[in-house]
Design a protein around this ligand. Structure first.
Ligand SMILES: *Cc1c(COP(=O)(O)O)cnc(C)c1O
Length: 481
């Protein structure tokens, strides 16, 4: 096996050296903080990591969205961006690259993924209708529901067991979708979606087989099929890695085969576009494109820039040329695999298989002494910050639970996870080693960790702004009066 290459599916070979397929040309120093400083900083942030200043974080694994590093070629493209209001050369370059990648006739740049959602759904979705998906990402769901329609998820059964390394946990449950479609009144499903990779189930991939079945189902019912393709390159990578039919196929061919099955796509370019801001809405239907164009002008700007600067379009075009490089995607798999396997060796309960964009830890399983309503995920995330200046995000009861307004009782989430996102091309193996070392320390004293209580919360999306307080150390059961 070649150096730094991850091993076969599911084996532990990927814990060797990760060879990052790039040299570093510009550096961004971060301030090294002490544990004593971090204790103060965390208190000042009310134990909510969203409230920290980014400059007080050393390793930021909060999200992979818009946090990637651009290449020298992308920075060069920035300088040649054409800032013309209409008909910018940078737009035509981008359009050409997106045509080659997706094959879709109409290409609209937008300022980020949710703008594509709002515009597309604004043209298609009416109150009382329903939109199916393998699992709606938060903003996708919000944009469907904002229009008075229902966002319906069809998560595959193999996704239920967090620790089971089944390969295609991102799939849509086609048996359930088929049965559901039979029951829908004609004209009540304006668009069908499929999210690749499936963010809501941990960035798990969707198989080509499932893509074909979903496409056929939507076609049979005359429903336009759109991909939510923020991580299309990572999904193409898994198909190439795991599906014998595609093992020899070049990655652009795999990606094109996915796009060919749908009528269009929405892309948050802050992920596999390898840029810090941007998005795309692409489709074939001419009449729909005319509607999209009109709505886009209302909020995003002229259709040849879509809320972006010409230089952003140029950087995105170059990012899309780079992202299907097998050496880059190999490195991405190797990084996630290296982190996940090392955590597993420490005895940390990890979600399997590892995504490419993130590794998830099952905090509820790691900290059984902390009941879900005392937020084990947040407790772990705070401890990782104190230990190593590492920012992660709780995906659990703080994010998806709520306080019942009638009873004031906590409603807990299905799982309490901590997500360690891997920004693209930003951190090296030594940074990952630092994270593993922090976990070693925290895992060693896991029995002493305590939960938190929410002191103040907003009625919606409370995780972003809530103020929290650590609970006092519990007395051992035997000593209680
Ligand atoms: C990030 C993301 C979006 C929304 O994109 P933004 O650029 O954050 O607006 C939509 N769908 C999926 C699957 C995403 O990961």
């Amino acid at each position: 096996m070649r150096l730094g290459r991850p091993g076969r599916w599911g084996d532990a070979d990927g814990v060797k050296t990760v060879l990052e397929p790039f040299r570093i040309k510009a550096v961004e120093p971060f301030r090294i903080t002490t544990e004593a400083e971090r204790v103060h900083l965390l208190e000042a942030a009310h134990h909510n990591l969203f409230r920290l200043r980014a400059e007080d974080v050393m390793i930021d694994l909060l999200t992979d969205s818009g946090t990637g590093a651009m290449s020298a070629q992308q920075w060069a493209a920035i300088m040649t961006g054409d800032e013309s209001y209409a008909g910018s050369r940078s737009f035509y370059e981008l359009e050409h690259v997106v045509h080659e990648l997706t094959g879709y006739r109409h290409v609209f740049p937008v300022h980020q993924g949710r703008a594509a959602e709002r515009i597309l759904f604004g043209c298609m979705v009416m109150p009382g209708q329903a939109v199916p998906n393998n699992a709606h990402f938060d903003t996708t769901r919000a944009n469907v529901e904002y229009l008075g329609a229902a966002a319906v998820d069809f998560v595959a059964p193999q996704a239920a067991d967090l620790r089971q390394p089944a390969p295609w946990k991102g799939d849509l449950d086609t048996a359930k979708l088929a049965a559901w479609l039979q029951l829908q009144p004609k004209g009540s499903v304006p668009v069908g979606l499929l999210t690749i990779t499936n963010n809501r189930v941990g960035g798990q991939p969707v198989s080509m087989q499932n893509l074909r079945e979903v496409s056929a189902l939507y076609r049979r019912h005359g429903i336009p099929f759109f991909l939510d393709a923020a991580r299309f390159a990572e999904n193409a990578w898994w198909i190439h890695r795991l599906d014998p039919e595609w093992r020899e196929a070049p990655l652009p061919k795999v990606a094109r085969a996915m796009f060919d099955l749908a009528d269009g796509c929405m892309i948050s370019a802050k992920k596999d576009g390898l840029v810090n801001i941007g998005g795309l809405l692409c489709l074939n239907d001419d009449a729909l494109a005319a509607k999209v164009r009109n709505l886009l002008i209302l909020t995003e700007g002229f259709p040849t820039y879509g809320g972006l600067a010409g230089r952003d379009l140029a950087a995105l075009a170059q990012g899309l040329r780079e992202v299907l490089d097998p050496d880059y995607l190999h490195y991405r798999e190797a990084s996630a695999h290296y982190l996940g396997e090392h955590l597993d060796r420490l005895g940390v309960p990890v979600v399997r298989p590892f995504g490419l964009h993130a590794v998830y830890v099952d905090a509820r399983a790691m900290l059984p002494q902390i009941p879900p309503h005392e937020l084990p995920g947040q407790a772990l995330a705070c401890e990782l910050y104190l230990q190593g200046g590492i920012r992660t995000v709780e995906i659990g009861t703080l994010m998806f639970g709520r306080t019942d307004p009638a009873t004031r009782q906590p409603v807990v989430a299905d799982h309490d996870l901590v997500r360690l996102c891997l920004p693209r091309r930003v951190y090296t193996q030594s940074h990952i080693d630092w994270v593993v070392e922090a976990f070693r320390e925290v895992h060693g004293r896991r029995d002493a960790l305590r939960g938190l209580r929410i002191v103040e919360e907003a009625p919606f999306l409370r995780a972003f702004t809530a103020r929290l307080q650590p609970l006092p150390v519990r007395e051992p059961a035997g000593l209680r009066g």
